[in-house]
Design a protein around this ligand. Structure first.
Ligand code: ZN
Ligand code: ZN
Length: 161
């Protein structure tokens, strides 16, 4: 598969990448649409965000939708062809926020398309993306993947309000 890889400041290359195996609890999603966030623009223009520089080739994108193209053997409630939106937040499940059920405030969050940790957490500007089934939310098939890609920024705004 090909992916849009930020390889240096203001430079994105379309590079061939290996497709990882799909584990039992995972699905592989053929990406249909991905929003370009303000943070993606920062990475592209400044090669960092805040205190976190880009230190290795890096795939951006954390607001993506796509169609399921492979399901792991334990995944019974999604099938090929289902439209899904991918949750980019991976809480640690081991901090006081996570223990109190407020995982979105996790103090040690792993977030797709973020250089906060090293190795960086690669994002979804690629032809396909493999992730845990629990990170995917099934969408109505009549919803446009392009509209649905706004689910993440919309939910941020709704939470703030
Ligand atoms: Zn964003
Ligand atoms: Zn946590």
């Amino acid at each position: 598969m090909r992916a849009a890889v930020l390889t240096r400041r203001s430079w994105i290359e379309i590079l061939e990448q290996k497709i990882p195996p799909t584990d039992a609890d995972e699905v592989r999603v053929r990406i249909k649409a991905g929003g370009i966030c303000g943070s993606d623009i920062h990475y592209f223009q400044h090669y960092k965000i805040g205190d976190f520089p880009v230190r290795e080739p890096f795939i951006l994108g954390h607001e993506a939708t796509g169609v399921v193209e492979t399901v792991g053997e334990n995944v019974k409630d999604l099938q090929n062809g289902d439209l899904v939106v991918v949750n980019p937040s991976h809480p640690c499940k081991n901090c006081s926020y996570c223990f109190s059920g407020r995982e979105l405030l996790c103090a040690n969050m792993s977030f797709l398309g973020s250089s906060r940790k090293f190795p960086h957490i690669q994002g979804m500007f690629s032809q396909s993306f493999t992730t845990k089934r629990s990170q995917c939310f099934k969408l109505p098939s009549n919803l446009s993947p392009h509209h649905a890609a706004f689910a993440e920024p919309l939910s941020v705004a709704m939470h703030a309000v």
